[in-house]
Write a protein that binds this ligand. Structure first.
Ligand SMILES: [Zn+2]
Length: 451
């Protein structure tokens, strides 16, 4: 057990001064505001708040971030980007994937993320054969989380087909493929071999293109009924058109009507939805996994986040392809997309939070955690994931606590994250991670091999 004291902490009731708390078995206990520091307390530098949840990651894609920004043809789109991504996929070894994921997770921690949902579909050898241990690739990304100290919701992906109606997979997809039986075996193996409270699991379907209705039903019936369920959906207009051609329904409507949505689902992107689908999402309390920087980078479109929020829906943020590793920048881009579309200011807020920064940050922590099958925030019984801010930066130093999140998200590109704790472990100390130097060197060597 350790005791801590912070001059300010963001509790569920808002910013509170003089907060004492304890961490017992990696969880918050005995949180008290307006308390005097005790001699045994560790006095934390700067105000503390919950770490951000990153609800959508493909770790290996970090190796190509920034390298697909050259026009190859006048019709460049998500689909031409996907061809480049398949080229990278062909080359990767488990050792390289672990190095890339470790590099990525260290940078996530430094940016203030304490939890990542890893949407993991790169399963097999480059010839499409399973490794001798079929979990080799999943263990590579899990070991990266264990080594770096981030919390991880590992989401092994079921991927069987190339398009709606169970079309055969294509050559670029051969490292991704499972049938339901081998998929359930992989999930069981990962579950049985996990000994860390920082790692949990969830179900994951790559997309409605990649699985059939019977596969979804079989998988759900055979799996833990409490695990979160993630899926890419309605990211591209072409995908919506193809879904209508195949089924007569739009993707989110098909999922809601044919399978059923509930609060276990995380609908990643859900960019292209109509008003009825928006209401289906809100009523189900499924979490929408919005990935603002990746959706902008890929030219996906703009999710109607303001309408979702005003209707009482849930959403969080993900860095997806990792062209951006900053929760503040994701929040800013998401809010700005709504402003640009509606030609109005301050779109994402609620009756309790007029401040966009305060609303969005806390919303993305709480709903993002739900999508990870967790409960987050500085509250007793939650895992002790928190970050401290360096408020010596002049604009922060002169501001009231209620302004700190607005200033971080909308006031500059300065990263104020100073210290990061996950399950009570001090993983970022004054902006530095103890494996940073060796991992950055390994990442350089990895990128040289890949090019
Ligand atoms: Zn994705």
């Amino acid at each position: 057990m350790k005791s801590y004291y912070a001059d300010y902490a963001l509790l569920s009731t808002g910013w509170c001064p003089q907060v004492r708390f304890q961490v017992i078995n990696g969880q918050f206990a005995n949180i008290q505001a307006n308390s005097k520091a005790q001699v045994q307390d560790i006095h934390l530098s700067g105000p503390i708040l919950p770490g951000m949840v990153n609800l959508h990651s493909h770790a290996f894609q970090r190796a190509m971030a920034g390298l697909a920004e050259v026009s190859l043809n006048p019709a460049d789109s998500f689909w031409s980007w996907r061809d480049l991504m398949y080229g990278l996929v062909n080359k990767l070894t488990p050792e390289q994937v672990q190095t890339i994921a470790s590099f990525l997770y260290i940078d996530m921690l430094k940016a203030g993320y304490t939890q990542v949902a890893e949407f993991h579909y790169l399963h097999h050898q480059s010839n499409g054969q399973a490794y001798d241990n079929p979990a080799t690739m999943a263990l590579a990304v899990r070991d990266a989380a264990l080594d770096t100290g981030i919390g991880q919701t590992l989401l092994p992906v079921l991927y069987s087909h190339s398009d709606f109606g169970g079309q055969p997979a294509n050559d670029g997809q051969k490292r991704f493929l499972h049938d339901v039986d081998s998929y359930l075996q992989l999930q069981q193996q990962l579950h049985d071999s996990n000994t860390s409270s920082r790692i949990n699991q969830g179900l994951c379907f790559h997309s409605l293109r990649a699985v059939t209705k019977a596969q979804i039903q079989h998988t759900l019936a055979a799996s833990n009924a409490n695990w979160p369920i993630h899926i890419h959906i309605a990211e591209q207009q072409k995908e919506v058109n193809n879904c209508i051609s195949w089924s007569g329904q739009r993707p989110v409507a098909w999922l809601a009507n044919e399978i059923g949505l509930n609060d276990r689902w995380c609908l990643v992107h859900a960019t292209h939805i109509d008003d009825r689908e928006l209401q289906q999402i809100i009523q189900s309390q499924a979490v929408v996994g919005i990935c603002p920087s990746t959706e902008a980078n890929l030219g996906d479109g703009i999710f109607p986040a303001a309408a979702l929020a005003q209707g009482g829906g849930r959403f969080g943020i993900g860095s997806d392809s990792h062209v951006c590793l900053s929760p503040a920048e994701e929040i800013r881009l998401l809010e700005y997309s709504q402003r640009l579309q509606q030609q109005q200011r301050n779109r994402l807020y609620d009756e309790n939070h007029a401040s966009v920064g305060n609303y969005m940050y806390q919303k993305c922590v709480a709903d993002g955690a739900a999508a990870c099958g967790l409960s987050a925030g500085l509250a007793e019984g939650n895992r002790a994931d928190f970050i401290s801010l360096d408020i010596s930066y002049p604009t922060l130093a002169c501001a009231a606590p209620e302004k700190w999140l607005d200033l971080w998200c909308f006031g500059s590109n300065h990263n104020p994250v100073r210290d990061v704790y996950v399950a009570g472990n001090h993983v970022i100390n004054q902006g530095q991670h103890h494996l940073q130097d060796s991992t950055y060197l390994a990442m350089q060597a990895c990128l040289k091999q890949l090019r």
